[in-house]
Design a protein around this ligand. Structure first.
Ligand SMILES: CCCc1ccc(-c2ccc(S(=O)(=O)CCO)cc2)cc1[C@H]1C[C@H]1c1ccccn1
Length: 235
């Protein structure tokens, strides 16, 4: 229930991501590391106590799906192993409410770094737009948290703050018939702040992120396109 102690933090993190999801990348500070069709991936080089904590931002445009659908599949832990190629295991340690779960997941080891795991709350939210300058958005935030049911493990625990923010464009049909998937475009903004939790060779980490983030975004959006193709539109 929204009285749960987490909601104060959840609301603050959501507000922060809405503030920064202005869908503008001030090119001066963000370095493009990957461009493929509509997908553009950027990073800023940043270190904290000698550790690489490069913030990552990606924008994408996906035809034929809605922001609600993309966020639903990003939030739904039960399908995560189907699209997240770097995951070794995932375990839901608490269902906080019907829009918030706490998950403990381990990532496959990325040689030569030590294996990582993450414990985070994952919250899905619809932000109803009321006019042009406050668009209708769907958002999922994944934010590191502690949980006594998350077994201590051999892994190094990462700290992360991730947001998937989506807007849906529907082109009105000339014939006034109900929209079909050809009329849909989902504009995606993905932001990730991952602190690796322990030292790893900077060059290795930067190479991993440069390789893995575009791969994950491409594989995830393809997964949602396939999963929704023959289903009614979830607006
Ligand atoms: C040493 C750092 C290891 C490492 C820490 C963290 C993550 C990571 C965590 C969460 C999310 S997500 O967007 O919330 C989707 C839910 O899984 C994406 C990535 C990935 C890696 C490693 C495995 C690499 C990677 C990097 C980027 C994308 C996918 N995998």
């Amino acid at each position: 229930s929204s009285s749960h102690k987490l909601y104060e933090e959840i609301n603050a993190v959501v507000a922060e991501h809405i503030k920064y999801s202005g869908f503008t990348i001030d090119d001066g500070v963000w370095e493009a590391i990957h461009e493929e069709g509509e997908m553009k991936v950027y990073r800023r080089e940043m270190e904290e106590d000698g550790m690489i904590v490069d913030p990552l931002k990606a924008v994408h445009c996906v035809k034929g799906i809605t922001g609600h659908e993309l966020c639903h599949y990003f939030w739904d832990v039960s399908v995560r192993m189907e699209w997240e190629g770097t995951l070794e295991s995932t375990n839901t340690v608490e269902v906080v409410s019907d829009d918030t779960v706490i998950t403990h997941q381990t990532h496959k080891r990325v040689w030569p770094t030590t294996q990582r795991d993450a414990v985070f709350w994952s919250h899905i939210r619809h932000i109803a737009g009321n006019d042009e300058n406050s668009p209708d958005m769907w958002m999922v935030c994944n934010y590191s948290t502690d949980h006594d049911k998350a077994q201590p493990s051999k892994c190094v625990r990462v700290k992360m703050n991730v947001a998937m923010v989506c807007e849906t464009m529907v082109t009105p049909r000339a014939d006034g018939k109900p929209s079909t998937r050809e009329d849909l475009t989902c504009r995606v903004q993905y932001a990730a702040y991952v602190n690796p939790g322990g030292w790893a060779p900077p060059s290795v980490l930067r190479a991993v992120y440069k390789r893995e983030y575009p791969k994950f975004l491409k594989r995830f959006t393809q997964y949602v396109t396939n999963a929704t193709a023959d289903k009614p539109i979830m607006f």
